[in-house]
Write a protein that binds this ligand. Sequence first.
Ligand code: FPP
Length: 236
Amino acid sequence: MGTTNNQLRHIALIMDGNGRWAQKKGLPRNAGHQKGAEVVLEIAKAAKEMGVQYLTIYAFSTENWKRSSEEVEGLMNLLRTYLGRNFKELAENDVRIRFIGERQRLDDDIQAQMTRLEQETKNNKSATLLVALSYGARQEIVQAARLLAEKVKSGDILSKDIDEQTFSDMLYTADVPEPDLLIRTSGEQRLSNFLLWQLAYTEFYFTKTLWPDFTKEELKDIINQFQQRERRYGKV
Ligand code: FPP
């Protein structure tokens, strides 16, 4: 048992279990997303207070487009409310807000709000919230390969000069340090196409808590456990 104090710059979060939370209470699934969105705000504030510089949340995956139109519409409307109102509080608290994912698939008014928030918060320095929206890691990686192929074709770079750095520079997270800790709620233990490249050396933490029941006390507890872990990065 050492007293390792691991660097914790970046937490990635898979917020799972909204549907089951609602079902348990006899409520529609979207009520779970509604409560989940409130928790997002609280956790983002708490993470900032704990000195975490980057928080990346999986708000909507490319696969989530396949859910019922009622549920997709509910999530989009929730997003409208949050982009327009609730994220303002974070912005006023010196948090920079950025979005990763295929934004062109979202409605025009939502895209416009995303751009506006990014612009308004681009000089905020206390912390950065990355919201993965219409995000899929394989799509991100394929898109990076395509961009590099175009650069080779136009003569900007030589194929022999492509390395891990040039590749990761083509990802949405180009200038963001890799996550130190991934948390997934609701007891599922899989990545679901989230940040596949970026999570190569990340510590994983799974909790049975459903996302709407997640609290900053539990976050604190997980961070404490993370601080005790030994990270070796393949070394002995
Ligand atoms: C997983 O629960 C959660 C989602 C698919 C959406 C996550 C969205 C939010 C927490 C709210 C919106 C966020 C913002 C930033 C406004 P699930 O529906 O897969 O739950 P289940 O596995 O119990 O069915």
